[in-house]
Design a protein around this ligand. Structure first.
Ligand code: GDP
Length: 440
């Protein structure tokens, strides 16, 4: 049964001032009425103080708020109960609700119901999860924007234009003998191209979307003693890595999550790049090379006042990298380029800014206003839609088959449908008959 009453703790278990328990589904009010004294449903969305009990035994006093469907998160009748936190009160309240007829909700079941009841689409449902999991402010902003429907809206518009296109094509297929003549092929070609370009623009946001989701992988590299570990700590603002004067002491890679100006970064300190005799150190260097190939950006640390040697120049040339001059406080003469001192903190903020610009420049430029892709699922679906439109284009030639163009456009539409979680086959037919005077 999809709408049976479910209950679950909405806040983390453990010691806390308050805990929130949610109940949703057909019959949710009847369930709650067995637990909450004087329960009433005639004051929706207003918190009411009441005693909670289980078989006549008091559990707690707390607030309950009634959200009659469809005006609730799930679209069903819902109640939120807040009781005292800790080990016992929430557990007893849940036990009472279970005894009163609610089943324990499975993970994500409230949001799943919200999707099934059309309160959220799949993209928004994912955004709920992303907002909860966000660790950097920029991640939270992007999730919130998707939750507000930014991306969904963009996809809905795209889908709308594809459905219109299909309507044009259906006209071409089904009524080739109409007096009006066929739809000009140019018009169809232009419509396909416009949609393809729009999908392309969304897909172009995928790389920085990945960096935003996982954190940009920023790898510190350079010769032993170049000041990598010190810079790692300075960038993190805490002493997480071992800093030492013996060359090559950072044996392995150390990874830490942080954010630069709100943008998520995974910072990795690697072993020195120099060839090492020591086996342990060699292992560390292998790890560094693995990190280097995966890096979104390599921060090549070179002491101020020293030129780049061959292997450093080669690395800077081969990968997306920023050369950072370290130990600025020891250098005499004017600083050039990105110059930092981990001892005095000079240049550290500028470096953070430069990295954020390099990694998330497109998003910074857009001011987070443009919707961007979220998960891998979004990219896969849009890539499928783009490929289908590409296939459609192949049939947009003199003597080409409108039915095949239509088939591919339909594929593209289905990919978008899957993306947002709506599949409505009747809609195209509706468009056809609304847009064309077939009854004349
Ligand atoms: P790594 O081998 O590249 O990780 O280099 P470390 O961070 O361990 O630094 C090597 C040596 O340089 C240590 O003695 C550090 O104290 C020193 N050092 C690192 N950064 C600075 C800096 O900005 N200023 C000064 N004066 N010394 C630094």
């Amino acid at each position: 049964m999809l709408s049976d009453p479910i209950a679950a703790l909405a806040t983390p278990p453990g010691r806390s001032a308050l805990a929130v328990v949610r109940v949703s589904g057909l019959g949710a009010f009847a369930v709650v009425a067995r637990v909450v004294e004087g329960f009433r449903t005639d004051r929706p969305r207003v918190a009411t103080l009441a005693a909670f009990h289980h078989d006549g035994e008091p559990i707690d006093r707390g607030l309950y708020t009634v959200f009659p469907g469809p005006h609730s998160y799930t679209g069903e009748d819902m109640v939120e109960l807040s009781c005292h936190g800790g080990q016992l009160a929430p557990a007893r309240l849940l036990a009472a609700l279970h005894a009163a007829g609610a089943r324990h909700a499975s993970p994500g079941e409230f949001t799943r119901r919200a999707v099934l009841n059309g309160k959220l689409d799949l993209v928004q449902a994912e955004a709920v999860g992303e907002l909860i999991d966000a660790v950097a402010p920029a991640q939270a902003r992007a999730a919130l924007r998707r939750l507000d429907g930014g991306l969904s809206q963009r996809i809905a518009e795209l889908r709308e234009s594809l459905v219109e296109l299909q309507a044009l094509l259906s006209y071409e297929i089904d009524f080739p003998g109409e007096d009006d003549g066929p739809v000009p092929p140019d018009r169809i070609a232009a419509a396909v191209e416009t949609s393809r370009a729009r999908i392309g623009r969304l897909l172009a946001t995928a790389p920085s979307a990945d960096r935003l989701r996982q954190g940009a992988l920023l790898v510190l590299a350079g010769r032993p003693n170049a000041g990598k570990s010190s810079l790692f700590n300075a960038l993190l603002g805490s002493d997480r890595a071992l800093v030492t004067e013996i060359p090559g002491t950072t044996r392995d890679a150390i990874e830490a999550h942080t954010d630069f100006l709100g943008w998520p970064v995974r910072l990795v300190d690697t072993a020195g790049l120099a060839d090492a005799e020591d086996r342990l150190e060699r292992m560390g260097i292998e790890v560094s090379h693995r990190y280097l190939s995966a890096a979104d950006l390599v921060l090549l640390c070179v002491e101020s006042g020293r030129g780049l040697d061959g292997s450093e120049a080669a690395l800077a040339g081969a990968r997306a990298s920023l050369v950072v001059r370290t130990k600025r406080d020891l250098a005499n003469g004017a600083a050039e380029g990105l110059t930092v001192s981990s001892v005095t903190g000079e240049g550290i903020d500028e470096l953070r800014r430069a990295v954020a610009e390099r990694m998330f420049g497109d998003r910074i430029a857009l001011g987070d206003l443009e919707p961007t892709l979220g998960s891998e699922r979004h990219r896969t679906a849009l890539t499928r839609a783009a490929a289908a439109l590409e296939d459609a284009t192949e049939h947009l030639v003199p003597g080409g088959e409108a039915v095949l163009v239509s088939h591919h456009v339909r594929e593209a539409t289905l990919a978008l449908d899957e993306l947002v979680g709506v599949v409505d086959v009747e809609e195209v037919l509706g468009k056809v008959f609304a847009g064309f005077c077939v009854g004349k």
